[in-house]
Design a protein around this ligand. Structure first.
Ligand SMILES: Cc1cc2nc3c(=O)[nH]c(=O)nc-3n(C[C@H](O)[C@H](O)[C@H](O)COP(=O)(O)O)c2cc1C
Length: 197
């Protein structure tokens, strides 16, 4: 039988079991504590593949993914951030950088690739956390450390590794978030979305 490519296997999985995707979305948590184990290259590749298959405006794919594996570099980048010090203990980091000249929606494109990788990591039993970087006071410093061209954007750094914690999280109730037809209206919510405010 023909050997299926990674994205073909993913499509088959998704078509067969949509619930898996929903389950991954709901059970993913930001992981900031990691076990001291390194990730196999095959695993890292699968996560990067998930980033590659993210949607982007006009399929511009304006991103590059920088795998941060050098311990000293990882530590220096962790130090440069304000809320990403835990990167130092992650197995690797992945910086998502975007060329704003290649797309009209650089931030959204980079965010999509980031989110795909967070979900892929979670679905494979790994832990990951988005370290906010775009527009941060340390964006330029981290870009310099990674030798990113000046006009490119650093959208995110993902800390990645085997999880050493099981944090909880919460969300605002759906009924607080949803309107029908116009801002503020909760009329016919039951009919449209199957729940009441
Ligand atoms: C754009 C963005 C930036 C974030 N930056 C950081 C960060 O710098 N440090 C951090 O610890 N978590 C960061 N997070 C993770 C959020 O704190 C986390 O997603 C949120 O608290 C919800 O928790 P959960 O992901 O476990 O559900 C960021 C998330 C996003 C989407």
């Amino acid at each position: 039988m023909k050997k299926l490519k990674v994205h073909e296997r993913c499509l088959l999985k998704c078509w067969g079991k949509e619930m898996d995707v929903l389950e991954a979305i709901k059970s993913r948590r930001s992981i900031r504590k990691f076990r001291k184990e390194s990730l196999p290259p095959k695993t890292v590749r699968e996560i990067l593949e998930a980033g590659r298959w993210a949607p982007s405006a006009r399929n511009s794919q304006p991103w590059r993914f920088i795998v941060i594996r050098d311990e000293e570099l990882k530590r220096r980048i962790a130090e440069a951030t304000s809320a990403g010090k835990f990167l130092a203990d992650a197995s690797i980091g992945v910086a998502v950088v975007v060329n704003p000249k290649a797309t009209r929606h650089p931030v959204e494109d980079g965010a999509n690739a980031t989110m795909n990788m967070l979900l892929a990591a979670h679905s494979m039993g790994l832990g990951a956390c988005w370290i906010g970087s775009y527009g941060s006071p340390y964006e330029e410093e981290v870009k310099q450390l990674l030798e990113v061209p000046r006009d490119w954007l650093l959208i995110s750094i993902i800390a990645l590794g085997y999880p050493a914690e099981k944090p909880e999280s919460s969300r605002i109730e759906l009924k607080e978030l949803v309107y029908v037809d116009r801002f503020g209206s909760k009329e016919r919510l039951e009919e449209v979305a199957g729940f009441n405010a």
